[in-house]
Design a protein around this ligand. Structure first.
Ligand code: ASP
Length: 363
């Protein structure tokens, strides 16, 4: 399967990737590639999960998914357009995706091995390096809102399980019954994973379960990165984790530096994929560190990690990112990653796989 990366300049076209695996297109008419960036171009980039899927695999879900991704982009764009913060923009985009049944976050969260949903999320402010994260939530409608509250209303960065939900109660967060997270698709995905796991049981080693959970998976985690008019970056990620995960398992999405990272001196990143690898390779922070300390482009850094060491290690997935000049980077080593971006022109672009990586603005 061909790896894929994309660089879009909301300010300047970088054109960092090799032609076999990339696309390089300006969202806004900008200065020539050689010119220095002028004032940062604000904008938003989102993902809704990576996996080895084709457009055909998405079937009739594709258009409602496109609608939800477009709505998420436009919600974030509205915030940015009126001068709102990148934190508000990424939160607005993610709440829409969490409320949709089509993604593995909020409403559409996948089931763990015990048939329960455990939700994780994180958010980071690139201006202050403050961050908030939550994991193992069972009753919170919009985990990203709670992550934001942990960042802003607690002295902590990360809260989990019952403690996080008790904190949520104190802050008037919306609770839902566990049944709210039931979707037939996620339930059937668990049944298939359990079946495969049973079949594989004789040969099973300690790692067999997550491999089963991963097989053919459409990950579906959601994430967003934005740059606002003041030049501040923010990133956020929200997930139900991986189908058939063990009770209590936490992936990369709520881990600052793995699933989410934002730093005005470098970039903002949101990851999606096989979380254990993203944690071990500190993917989001590694990309930003390369930008900050090696002066790599955000796309170059993302490719070095996602198409390089992560892929070599067997870590499937991808990232979306944006640097402090508004340059968007997208890189994934699977066949698909649902994704989209919008710049100052307010024209949303949504794509799903390597197949529809055509010119910007085409469907
Ligand atoms: N990274 C998430 C996790 O491992 C899953 C995903 O991105 O789909 O929990």
């Amino acid at each position: 399967m061909k790896p894929f990366c994309l660089v879009v300049a909301l300010s300047v076209v970088a054109g960092a990737c090799s032609p076999s695996s990339t696309e390089s297109t300006p969202v806004a008419a900008a200065s020539s590639p050689a010119a220095a960036p002028q004032s940062p171009r604000w904008g938003l980039v989102i993902h809704a999960g990576a996996g080895n899927f084709t457009l055909a695999d998405l079937g009739e879900r594709r258009e409602p998914m496109r609608d939800a991704l477009t709505a998420a982009l436009m919600a974030g764009h509205e915030v940015l357009k009126r001068g709102g913060s990148s934190l508000d923009a990424v939160q607005a985009a993610i709440v829409i995706l969490e409320d949709s049944p089509y993604f593995n976050a909020g409403k559409g969260a996948v089931f763990n091995h015990d048939g329960k949903n455990e939700l994780d999320s994180s958010i980071m402010d690139g201006a202050t390096k403050r961050a908030g994260a939550v994991a193992g939530l069972r009753h919170i409608k919009n985990p990203v809102r709670l992550a934001r509250l942990v960042m802003e209303k607690s002295p902590h960065v990360m809260m989990v399980g019952e403690g996080a939900e008790a904190f949520a109660k104190e802050h008037g967060v919306t609770f839902v019954p566990e049944s709210y997270f039931y979707t037939e698709r996620s339930w059937q995905a668990l049944q298939r994973a359990l079946e495969e796991e049973k079949k594989a049981a004789q040969k099973a080693s300690g790692t067999a379960q997550l491999q089963v959970a991963r097989a053919g998976a459409y990950f579906g985690t959601v994430g967003a990165v934005a740059l606002d008019q003041k030049g501040n970056l923010a990133a956020a990620t929200s997930t139900g984790g991986m189908t058939n995960k063990r009770f209590g398992r936490v992936g990369d999405s709520p881990i600052i530096g793995a699933g989410t990272y934002a730093n005005n001196e470098s970039c903002g990143i949101s990851s999606t994929g096989h979380g254990e690898y993203f944690i071990r390779y500190s993917v989001a922070h590694d990309i930003c560190a390369r930008v900050q300390y090696k002066s790599d482009s955000v796309q170059g850094a993302a490719d070095a990690v996602v198409q390089g060491e992560l892929k070599t290690a067997g870590g499937e997935g991808g990232i979306i990112g944006m640097d402090h000049a508004g340059t968007v980077a997208i890189s994934f080593n699977t066949t698909g990653m649902s994704r989209g971006y919008v710049g100052e022109d307010g024209k949303p672009v949504v794509m799903f796989t390597t197949e529809d990586a055509g010119p910007i603005g085409t469907r």
